[in-house]
Structure formats: structure tokens, C-alpha cells
Design a protein around this ligand. Structure first.
Ligand code: PLP
Length: 384
């Protein structure tokens, strides 16, 4: 199998599994207990929190463990809204559904939301955000990098602007975290969402960074864990595994991302040169190291993915969450792609394990499949 869907999820690293195992075995104590058995586990959890905080230059008490990206996004938006009843939020048209649907829900409860567009390459312009600001704007939420087309957004500039206007700034960094440099202090980020399973960590674990005193409303009421903000007995194995995965991802980031960029550029070059009527969606260089998103005119992306699957290749039509959806991707729509090209789109997201030989195999399969599909297409025959 050749796995090229790392934006959907990633493989657990053996080191991460090894780090987690004791907490599913002998170190099963509840971290809240008053005895040494519990205190030792609590110390391990707090060490993990400290290591997670270091990855974004935050303080440990600003890291709140969650069940992943979706919960972190919902928490940031809904609790900020709870503290600013009736105000206005600025977000973008290309956010993940965790942000978009949370915003739609808030709109039903009287919050106003402006969805700012992007340019043709999927970059959100600061000037558009500046134009959207109203006197009652309390929150700007812009993702650090997009999950479908990989575009990296100018979050440092947006953070600086938000801070100058005393507006809260949240960024969904689920795809960007450990792939690009993030410093919450330098970038004036008030809240930041992450998810462990995107960086070879366990599913069902993430964190929301909340700058000290930015939000005071608890997400989940109960026994008072996570400093009273998110109650519930800690997912100890998940937290330990997340910290281990983040630590490894940060330690090898430069080497890993430069390899991925080299392989990505090679694969992109081959596809664009050897497959006629193909285009790369998103920005050429301001994109996540492992992301490629192509449209192949006169080809149905869903059928192409099934053909690739039979050849042992895992790729995706846009985001994993919208697989099976009959609607065109909202991200591709936002960058101005016509529906017929949206439906002709395939996303490949590689990691550092992919070899050049594997890329050659994938490109050769693609060429063959696309020719076969085009040979059956009346539109294509009329066109050429
Ligand atoms: N935000 C972005 C940008 C994502 O790509 C994803 C997952 O694909 C999420 C949020 C949701 O994260 P999780 O799967 O951890 O709930």
C-alpha cells in the first residue's frame, strides 16, 4: 500500500505506541488521586503539557487538552461567543467544517459572522479582514494552513492586526502544527487548535492553547480537571502519546519538511508536465510541505480514487470529511474553481516515508488511469 492521505490521518509511530503502553497497563492511576501512584501519573501528564507548550512558545497552564481539532475549534468559537453575546466574528470561506459549522450554529443564536474570501491561490488577504471589522467584532478566526489545498495563511500579520484592535485571534493549526514555525507570543495568537493524529500521534487527543485570561468560560463542567475549564478524567495515554509525537515531529522538522518539499516538487513537476489538462490548486510555495491538490479536466475524481485504490494507492477527493459528498468542495469553490473541475480533483498528502520510486509508480498509474477515463469521455473527445 502507498499511503498518500496524511492530511486525513497519520500512522502512530512505534515510539509513540511504546510511550503510551504503560498508561494502558500498569500506570492506570487516575491523575487526581491523593496517593503516590496517582501523583506519579499526574507528574507525567504535567511534563507532557510542558513539552507541548514548548512547541508553540506557550506556558504549560495555557495548554488545555481536548479530544482533538473539532473540539478545540468549537471550544474557541463558542466560549468566546458566550462571553460576547450578540457580537461579530470574522472567519474565512475556506475553514474546516469544525469552524464553519460552529459559526453557522452561532449565527442561529444571534452572533453575526463575516466569511472572508481568498485570492485564486487560496490566500486570505489581511486587507479583506481589515475591511470586515465592525465595532462589535470580538473574534477573528483564520486557519494557519488549509487542509485541502495546503495554503499557509499570513497568521502573523493577522495576529498583529487583531492585537492592535484588541480583537481575539484564534487559528486552527490542525494541519500546520509541527509543519511550520508557530510562536504564539511572536504571532499574537490568543487561541490555537491542534490535533495529535495529524502528526503520528493518537486519535482523539489534541489541545486548545488559550492565552492567559483570554477566556474564562468552561467548555465542560464537572470535576474540575484542566484547571476547571474541561472536566473529565484525563486521557493519560493519549496525552503522553501526543507529547511524544509532537516532540519527535519538532526535532526532525527541518529534515522532514525539506525532504517532503523535494518529493512534492518532483511529483508535481512530473504530473503537470506529463498529464495534459492538469492543474495544481493552491499556492506554489506558500503551501504545506506534503500537500498536493490537482484537478484533471474531463476526469471524475471519485472514479480516479477508486482506480488508484485498486492499485494500492490511498488518496483523497478533497477533505476526508466530505468524501462521499455530492457537493463540490467549499474550498475549491472559494478559490473560483468551476464545479466540473472541483469534481475532477484529487489530493495527495505525503510524509517523509514516501520514496521516489513510489512516486514514480503513483504518477505512472495516474497517467494510465486518466488516459483510460478520458478515452471514455465524450466531452474530452469533442474537445481534442
Ligand atoms: N481542522 C482542520 C484544518 C482539519 O484538517 C481537521 C481534520 O481533518 C480538523 C480541524 C478536525 O480535527 P479532528 O479530526 O482532530 O477532530
Amino acid at each position: 500500500m502507498i499511503y498518500m492521505d496524511n492530511a486525513a490521518t497519520t500512522k502512530l509511530r512505534p515510539e509513540v505506541v511504546r510511550a503510551m503502553l504503560p498508561y494502558m497497563g500498569n500506570r492506570y492511576a487516575n491523575p487526581s488521586g491523593a496517593y503516590t501512584f496517582s501523583k506519579d501519573v499526574r507528574k507525567d501528564v504535567e511534563d507532557a503539557r510542558k513539552r507541548l507548550a514548548e512547541t508553540i512558545n506557550a506556558e504549560p497552564e495555557e495548554i488545555y487538552i481536548t479530544s482533538g481539532g473539532t473540539e478545540s475549534d468549537n471550544w474557541a468559537l463558542k466560549m468566546a461567543a458566550a462571553e460576547h453575546r450578540g457580537g461579530h466574528i470574522i472567519t474565512t470561506e475556506i475553514e474546516h467544517h469544525a469552524v464553519l459549522r460552529a459559526c453557522q450554529n452561532l449565527e442561529r443564536n444571534g452572533i453575526r459572522v463575516t466569511y472572508v474570501g481568498t485570492d485564486e491561490q487560496g490566500i486570505v488577504r489581511l486587507s479583506e479582514i481589515q475591511k470586515a471589522v465592525r465595532p462589535d467584532t470580538f473574534l477573528i478566526s483564520v486557519m494557519a494552513a488549509n487542509n485541502e489545498i495546503g495554503t499557509i495563511q499570513p497568521i502573523e500579520k493577522i495576529g498583529e492586526f487583531a492585537q492592535s484592535r484588541k480583537i481575539l485571534f484564534h487559528t486552527d493549526a490542525v494541519q500546520a502544527y509541527t509543519n511550520i514555525d508557530i510562536d504564539v507570543k511572536r504571532m499574537n495568537i490568543d487561541m490555537l487548535s491542534t490535533s495529535a493524529h495529524k502528526l503520528n500521534g493518537p486519535k482523539g487527543t489534541g489541545f486548545l492553547y488559550i492565552r492567559k485570561d483570554c477566556l474564562k468560560t468552561p467548555m465542560i463542567h464537572g470535576g474540575g480537571q484542566e484547571r476547571g475549564m474541561r472536566s473529565g478524567t484525563e486521557n493519560t495515554a493519549g496525552i503522553i502519546g501526543f507529547a511524544k509525537a509532537a516532540q519527535i515531529a519538532m526535532a526532525n522538522r527541518d529534515m522532514r519538511t525539506s525532504y517532503e518539499i523535494k518529493i512534492r516538487n518532483y511529483m508535481t513537476h512530473r504530473i503537470l508536465n506529463e498529464i495534459p489538462f492538469s492543474r495544481l490548486n493552491g499556492h506554489n510555495s506558500l503551501r504545506l510541505p506534503g500537500n498536493m491538490n490537482f484537478s484533471f479536466q474531463f476526469v471524475d475524481g471519485g472514479t480516479l480514487i477508486v482506480m488508484l485504490d485498486k492499485q494500492g494507492i490511498c488518496a483523497s477527493a478533497g477533505s476526508a470529511c466530505s468524501t462521499g459528498s455530492k457537493d463540490p468542495s467549499h474550498v475549491l469553490k472559494a478559490i473560483g474553481l468551476p464545479d466540473e473541475l472541483s469534481f475532477a480533483t484529487v489530493r495527495f498528502t505525503i510524509n517523509e516515508d514516501i520514496t521516489k520510486n513510489e512516486v514514480d509508480y503513483v504518477v505512472n498509474c495516474l497517467k494510465k488511469n486518466i488516459q483510460e477515463l478520458r478515452d471514455q469521455s465524450e466531452d474530452y473527445k469533442r474537445f481534442v
